[in-house]
Design a protein around this ligand. Structure first.
Ligand SMILES: N[C@@H](CCC(=O)N[C@@H](CS)C(=O)NCC(=O)O)C(=O)O
Length: 214
């Protein structure tokens, strides 16, 4: 079988997701740490975003598509439960995380620190203030969702937790978001437990998306 390549810099939460899936399934891969909108990724992802994937003649963009491919092609435990309801609930949370949580917590709040676009390079306070109330309600809904079992779906680590954990890693490192997390009943323990998981820890970024060391 050809070597699987995951294409994208390790600071990307979506690249991190695909690497967790590989580790959970025991799939060896090569990481090509490229930035978005570079020739290597433009050749694969229709929008030039990371991650991309190459496996022999197969190329793909979009983390969810890549995770599905890896899950189907390689043996090893799946992070999407086989049970119809639990599998669909996992997809529900993946979708909510990608379409609602990530755009506020990372693309708005964290980006306002890392890529502020301000004249002096200081954090963009207006964007941060816009995000804060939305983050507060998102943290509350996540805290409720995992209160019962410590997972988003059922009793075990699924693709939903795989998508959420990298976002919470970044949330635990910034002032307003870590203060909000500290007020949640269940999220702090959830973060500690999942960041300690081998598959998650091994792919943890050492450098921020703007190139600064963590
Ligand atoms: N829906 C995509 C999102 C990928 C994404 O937004 N990646 C970011 C890095 S974390 C990126 O490439 N950003 C560049 C851009 O949006 O132009 C996925 O799940 O893979």
């Amino acid at each position: 079988m050809p070597t699987l390549q995951i294409i994208g810099g390790p600071a990307s939460n979506f690249v991190w997701v695909t690497r967790i899936v590989c580790a959970e399934k025991g799939v060896a891969y090569e990481l090509l740490p490229v930035l978005p909108h570079t020739p290597e990724i433009d050749a694969i992802h229709p929008l030039g975003k990371i991650p991309g994937m190459r496996h022999g003649a197969v190329t793909l963009g979009e983390s969810r598509a890549i995770c599905r491919y890896i899950d189907q092609v390689f043996p090893g435990p799946s992070l999407v439960p086989a049970d119809a309801a639990a599998g669909a609930l996992t997809e529900q949370w993946v979708s909510i995380i990608c379409t609602a949580i990530d755009p506020i917590m990372l693309r708005t709040y964290i980006a306002a620190y890392l890529f502020p676009g301000t004249a002096d390079g200081s954090p963009d306070r207006a964007r941060i203030e816009t995000a804060l109330p939305k983050m507060a309600s998102q943290f509350a809904l996540l805290d409720r969702a995992l209160a019962k079992t410590g997972h988003l779906v059922g009793e075990s680590f699924t693709l939903a937790d795989t998508y959420l954990t990298p976002i919470l890693f970044y949330m635990s490192r910034n002032p307003e978001s870590s203060a909000m997390l500290g007020q949640c009943a269940h999220l702090p323990a959830y973060i500690d437990r999942h960041l300690g998981r081998k598959s998650v820890r091994e792919a943890m970024p050492q450098v921020l998306p703007n190139g600064r060391r963590l």
